[in-house]
Design a protein around this ligand. Structure first.
Ligand SMILES: Cc1cc2nc3c(=O)[nH]c(=O)nc-3n(C[C@H](O)[C@H](O)[C@H](O)COP(=O)(O)OP(=O)(O)OC[C@H]3O[C@@H](n4cnc5c(N)ncnc54)[C@H](O)[C@@H]3O)c2cc1C
Ligand code: SF4
Length: 512
């Protein structure tokens, strides 16, 4: 045999570089389901089932093309349970001349891969992951010498590079780079999620569901019902359904939250994109084509493209540019233990319980729930940044450290000291009340600051700002916040801060 080519669970793309110039006669592709990767954090059962099923379907697709695949199932008796062990076992058994890899999505795995050449005694080539639209080098060149690494500037460079939504060089379609101000509509009465497509479960998926039920049912989250696409064809059906049926309203309701409606007009495509079943550029091009065909308005199309071409690439750039030091940051010294309700949903706060229920049932909650409900609460309460990151990595089917960490540590928790967010995404109950119908179903009242029925987000919001005053008082994007606080009478300030302590005490006792 000539080359052993490794494909990881999030590398399920025919265009993955580890498959470049494959020799179908001599080369072998290695894929393995390993316990260590499924449990180093206890991933949601839906995520494990999605990935194992998608891997098995991907392997079957390669075999149909005449490629030899050495596939190790989780329950194979000789499975060592770890990636490291499986590589060593495969090399010993198959005796390849070299090992070809595509760089992984986690620093931890890259560090492991870098040991392999020495440990295996054969050449190991780690290739770039060209599915992403900005390389590490391009990001480093963009970041060099800049005092602030703001996403907006990175994003406009990406629009120019790919000529997406551009009327002419330097001229964004419609005259603006960003239409976000049109994308903050509160939910109108009766707003509901349109029906989603579902996929017939194959024999492979049913086998995987039985395996996951058997081995991972103690992890947080429900396995069934299971509606995920598990092949590229199915993921493409999801993409087309989104572009034709949902994209027109995506922008308008991007920030809205409705009780009992986990999806609204969000695409639900992140799991497919992150695993490689879909590619970022094809998603952006399809959205752009919908705009040019008059099928979707500019605010929706630009908003969707910005998430993928802008945010997603920028977040990945930040991760690789600043790791491993980035992962140790805790700028606000947030160390309070994660309360039990993040696992049980047992909290009186309806908004928090609802976001966690969606997460438990679907391995999904949408961006504003992640950022402004569970993330905002963690920020205001000063929850331990590592525990919060671990929670986000465990509970979402689209979670991989390269994308989870900067979103959680940087965007939601301001734990990177403002590298990503120019001001903290901190909000009181007023914001949640405006953007959702949650408060009407809650025992707390978003208009009350102190007392039994006071919404915890209110006093915690002020307490957070005052607690971290040295970081934020001079922040130019928060001009009115501290002047409002300063106008409160000293007795009011004291009452708010005491109320915050009561909330934190109740949180520790499990009664918030
Ligand atoms: C605290 C926190 C943790 C998060 N963890 C993850 C994670 O582990 N994995 C993940 O893919 N996203 C993560 N996000 C980003 C975002 O919330 C999800 O990508 C999005 O909710 C996925 O749902 P969707 O496919 O319906 O997205 P849509 O709202 O339909 O957006 C379209 C696509 O844009 C991309 N996108 C949007 N926002 C971001 C972003 N901030 N960073 C990267 N890509 C983005 C996604 O690929 C998404 O599929 C996190 C956000 C926060 C605030
Ligand atoms: S009142 Fe406060 S805790 Fe209750 S749903 Fe509204 S914002 Fe959330």
């Amino acid at each position: 045999m000539q080359a052993l080519r490794l494909i990881l669970a999030d590398q399920l793309s025919p265009a993955i570089t580890s498959l470049d110039e494959i020799d179908r006669e001599k080369d072998i592709v290695l894929m393995c389901e390993v316990m260590e990767e499924a449990t180093y954090v206890k991933h949601h059962p839906k995520k494990i089932a999605f990935l194992f099923s998608a891997m098995r379907h991907f392997a079957a697709g390669l075999r149909r093309q005449g490629i030899t695949v050495h596939y190790v199932k989780l329950d194979d008796s000789a499975n060592t349970g770890g990636l490291d062990g499986e590589i060593k076992r495969a090399v010993a058994e198959l005796n390849p001349e070299k090992l070809l890899l595509t760089e992984p999505g986690e620093y931890r795995v890259l560090a492991m891969m870098k040991q392999w050449q020495q440990a295996l005694g054969i050449p190991v080539q780690i290739r770039a992951d060209t599915r992403f639209l900005a390389s590490h080098e391009e990001f480093a060149v963009w970041a060099r010498g800049k005092a602030q690494l703001r996403m907006e500037f990175f994003y406009s460079e990406m629009r120019k590079k790919y000529g997406i939504l551009m009327d002419a060089p330097g001229k964004p379609t419609g005259g603006e780079w960003n239409y976000d101000k049109e994308n903050r509509k509160p939910p109108k009465t009766g707003l509901a999620s349109p029906k989603r497509i579902s996929h017939k479960k194959s024999t492979i998926t049913n086998e995987v569901l039985a395996l996951v039920q058997d081995r991972f049912s103690h992890h947080f989250g429900t396995l069934k019902p299971f509606h995920y696409a598990v092949t590229r064809d199915e993921a493409l059906m999801e993409l087309e359904h989104f572009i034709h049926q949902l994209l027109p309203n995506f922008g308008d309701y991007q920030d809205a939250m409705v009780a009992g409606e986990p999806y609204l007009y969000h695409s639900l495509l992140s799991s497919y994109l992150n695993a490689g079943l879909l590619l970022p550029l094809e998603m952006c091009r399809m959205a752009e084509a919908a705009y040019h065909a008059g099928k979707a308005p500019i605010n929706a199309v630009e908003g969707f493209i910005r998430q993928i071409l802008g945010w997603r690439e920028y977040i990945r750039g930040i991760y690789w540019h600043f790791m491993p030091e980035y992962g140790e940051r805790n700028a606000l010294q947030a160390t309070r233990p994660l309360p039990e309700f993040y696992w049980t949903t047992q909290t009186v706060m309806f908004c928090v319980a609802e976001a966690i229920r969606h997460t438990r049932d679907h391995a999904y909650s949408h961006h504003i729930q992640r950022l402004m409900i569970t993330g905002n609460f963690a920020l205001l309460a000063g929850l331990d940044v590592k525990q919060v990151q671990k929670w986000y990595l465990e509970v979402y089917s689209d979670a991989y450290e390269w994308v989870e960490m900067p979103n959680t540590l940087g965007m939601a928790l301001y734990g990177d000291g403002g590298l990503i967010a120019s001001k903290p995404y901190a909000a009181s109950g007023k914001y949640i009340h405006r953007m959702s119908n949650y408060c009407a179903k809650c025992s707390y009242d978003p208009d009350i600051m102190t007392g039994e029925r006071a919404c915890p987000f209110n006093a915690l919001y002020w307490d957070f700002l005052v607690r971290n005053e040295d970081q934020f008082r001079r922040n130019q994007r928060m001009p009115y916040v501290f002047s409002t606080w300063d106008k409160f009478a000293p007795e009011k300030q004291l009452a708010i801060r005491q109320q915050a302590q009561i909330h934190l005490q109740k949180m520790a006792e499990g009664s918030l």
